[in-house]
Design a protein around this ligand. Structure first.
Ligand code: CAA
Length: 279
């Protein structure tokens, strides 16, 4: 099966790495040649990292890389069998992409979106295949995290859901089917908690590293929520809070002003070299 992946940023490149490692042929599309090249280099470096830890056999690296092709032209996705979109978390961007994909891909091809909080029904509305659009929400780091939230839109067919579940399983993930709702399950709970940690930090109750230590040692989290926010991207956390706030309308989902200020300052976390920590 050949999978088309849209976007080569944090989630896109993790998916390229993982899908190729699970035996799928991959064509990924980024907007600039620079992003295409940097994603390829990232994936190659990740395979080296995995080899050095004994997680990947040395000969698998060349095999995996031979299955991966990058492009800047979305029309190169014309012959894919399945699409996973992992572009910017913005409704207008996703609608533009889905409209184009709908005109390029075979009519039987399922178009999955890795959105972390947006409406699948609204994304599907710009296509002529409402039954074949589905949410497939992976978690960061994509090669490691075991869960995939599968989200049907209003018109998504049962056959599409079954295929999305089966693709998840071939990617060695555990799928759960979640009704369309802002933030689905994980982000509805996780991101407000991160937002609350930002409030605790802003109120001077504890330092960033002590807040993280508290949740690691006091609640057994594998990494602290502020370090996790840096991993996920503060822009993504803000976008999710904004969706929760505008869709659910409750004050408890109001993004903390410090989160907003940091995003405005370009302190997005690991990807910009600075967030709650410096990288
Ligand atoms: N590529 C492939 N596999 C990797 C890898 C990589 N870069 N890094 C680690 N792994 C695999 C290893 O093979 C290892 O597997 P085995 O146990 O089978 O050997 C496993 O991952 C664990 O590796 P480590 O022991 O090195 O990792 P760790 O124990 O330090 O854990 C972590 C690292 C998994 C990131 C852990 O800190 C963690 O779980 N953090 C929380 C992550 C999280 O909550 N993510 C969700 C964010 S929310 C989101 O993504 C949704 C959204 O929409 C915003």
């Amino acid at each position: 099966m050949k999978i088309g992946i849209l976007g080569a940023s944090t989630m896109g490149r993790g998916l390229i790495q993982h899908c190729a490692n699970c035996g799928f042929d991959i064509i990924y599309r980024a907007r600039s040649q620079k992003s295409v090249d940097s994603a390829y280099q990232y994936v190659s470096d990740q395979y080296d990292f995995m080899i050095s830890h004994g997680w990947l056999a040395e000969e698998k690296k060349a095999e995996n890389l031979a299955r991966i092709k990058g492009t800047t032209d979305i029309k190169d996705l014309a012959d894919v069998d399945y699409v996973i979109e992992a572009a910017a978390e913005n409704m207008e961007t996703k609608k533009e992409l889905f409209k184009e994909l709908d005109s390029i891909c075979r009519p039987d091809v399922i178009l999955a979106t890795n959105t972390s909080s947006l409406s699948i029904t609204e994304i599907a509305s710009v296509t002529n295949r409402h039954d074949k659009v589905v949410g497939m929400h992976f978690f960061n780091p994509a090669p490691v995290m075991k869960l995939v939230e599968i989200i049907p839109g209003y018109n998504t067919s049962d056959a599409t859901l079954e295929t999305a579940k089966s693709v998840s399983e071939k990617l060695l993930k555990t799928p759960i089917v979640v009704k369309e709702a802002p933030g689905f399950v994980v982000n509805r709970m996780l991101v407000p908690m991160i937002n609350e940690c930002v409030a605790v930090l802003a109120e001077g109750i504890a330092s960033a590293s002590d807040i993280d230590k508290a949740m690691q040692l006091g609640a057994n989290h594998p990494m602290g929520p502020l370090a996790l926010a840096d991993l996920v991207g503060l822009d993504i956390c803000l976008a999710i809070m904004e969706t929760l706030h505008s869709e659910l309308g409750e004050d408890k989902y109001r993004p903390h002003p410090l989160l907003r200020k940091m995003v405005r300052a370009g302190k997005l976390g690991q990807k910009t070299g600075e967030g709650f920590y410096t990288y």
